[in-house]
Design a protein around this ligand. Structure first.
Ligand code: NAD
Ligand code: MG
Length: 385
């Protein structure tokens, strides 16, 4: 029997983390869990640890350490706490794949540590590429650490590009469901509630990305993610609203052909592909019915109602530290909306004000980016107050 592939799941208690564990439990002959990490949902982390018996777990919130440690005392599992522990566990020689599925800027450092350890990276944490795409792509070449996208659109593009020469890409069509507010007027958007915004029509996801999908900032972040992953120019990326969420993205080639990847909207498919690449596995997810999906529609996005898209394209084109500013301001604004501190339509306003007044750094180092992130958060917080 072939050796099983050992996987470290960073952010195992989140939406992606839980779906990754489901993929692993349905393919126990192929995959095993080596490390689990979570920030604060320690009861779920404990349950997962008892079920999957990883060699190590990390609870980054140190206040929860004693609780997790005691609960796992009778198992042969090492328990660590704190942010630094994350950077250490990802380097363990027993790990084959690191699934980077922490949400936000908080996922950046551990992703870099895993790359420097030469691990294969299954990347869900798009924010790390938005903030530090240049640095991450360079490090991934230097340390021979392949990055396989988990984001469904990027997995689709990646699959369309297997066997292709990226010089032959003419355009990438990044598909978007359009979110829950696609058909609202500008006036109606002013009054949407948090509850409405959390009801995504097609995907069940963590709160932050669900709000990003409603503002379309998610698609802006994904455009920046695509730029780095596929080494393409901003003008080669076109956002297409495709409400059915069946085509997960498309690549148009210089010879006039366009390739697309289709499946049911189920994140376990791209997660599974990132784990099995370059192979495909036989899976119970193989139940897509083309006749049940015989109407596929495409529209241009509404840039007036969803200004976040233009803000993200502005940051992508200017590059430097501006995508980092965009991301930090967006994390703060989304968090404020989630806590009922601002209106839905205030989110892009806060991002815009933070972005347009920021000190530009053309070629930021990692420490410049950490500082940029801190300052952008402070500015956005002041704007909210
Ligand atoms: P989530 O909020 O459901 O889960 C986040 C996970 O990160 C949790 O396990 C949490 O404990 C951990 N975490 C949060 N803050 C942390 C911190 N400061 N330090 C360490 N760990 C921390 O999020 P999600 O929806 O699973 O998304 C995770 C990532 O995957 C995001 O970057 C998101 O954009 C991306 N993604 C998600 C989906 C999806 O369907 N959910 C699809 C595509 C991409
Ligand atoms: Mg996506």
């Amino acid at each position: 029997m072939n050796k099983k592939i050992s996987i470290a799941i960073l952010g195992s208690t989140g939406s992606i983390g839980k779906q990754a564990l489901d993929v692993i439990s349905k393919n126990e002959n192929l995959f095993q869990v080596e490390v689990l990490t979570a920030h604060s949902n320690s009861s779920l982390l404990i349950q997962q640890s008892i079920k999957y018996l990883p060699n190590a777990v990390v609870i980054t919130n140190e206040l929860e350490y004693e609780y997790v440690k005691n609960a796992l005392a009778k198992y042969n599992i090492s328990v660590y706490a704190g942010k630094d522990a994350l950077n250490q566990v990802v380097t363990f020689s027993t790990i084959d794949i690191v699934l980077s599925s922490i949400v936000g800027f908080a996922g950046l450092e551990s992703t870099i540590s895993a790359i420097k350890a030469g691990k294969k990276i299954a990347l869900a944490n798009k924010e790390s590429l938005v903030v530090a795409g240049n640095i991450i792509i360079e490090l991934s070449k230097q340390y021979n650490s392949p990055i396989i996208p988990v984001d469904s659109e990027h997995s689709a593009i990646f699959q369309c590009l297997v066997g292709e020469n990226t010089n032959n890409i003419s355009k990438i069509y990044l598909t978007a469901s359009g979110g829950p507010f696609r058909n609202l007027t500008a006036k109606e958007l002013e009054n949407v509630t948090l509850k409405d915004a959390l009801l995504h029509p097609k995907w069940q996801m963590g709160n932050k990305i669900t709000i990003d999908s409603a503002t379309l900032m998610n698609k802006g972040l994904e455009a920046i993610e695509a730029k780095w992953l596929f080494n393409i120019k901003p003008e080669q990326i076109e956002i297409v609203v495709h409400p059915e969420s069946i085509i997960h993205s498309m690549v148009k080639f210089t010879d006039g052909s366009t390739k697309a990847q289709l499946s049911n909207p189920d994140m376990r498919i791209p997660i599974q592909y990132a784990f099995s690449f370059p192979k495909r596995i036989n899976s119970e997810l193989n139940n897509f019915d083309i006749f049940a999906n015989n109407s596929l529609n495409f529209e241009k996005p509404n840039l007036i109602n969803f200004p976040s898209l233009n803000l993200a394209f502005y940051a992508m084109e200017k590059a430097g530290n501006l995508p980092c500013v965009l991301n930090a301001a967006n994390e703060i604004a989304v968090n404020a909306f989630l806590n009922n501190k601002i209106k839905f339509t205030d989110i892009p306003k806060i991002v815009e004000k933070t972005l347009y007044n920021f000190n530009y750094i053309k070629e930021p180092s990692l420490s410049d980016l950490i500082e940029t992130d801190n300052i952008a958060r402070e500015i956005s917080l002041k704007l909210i107050k």
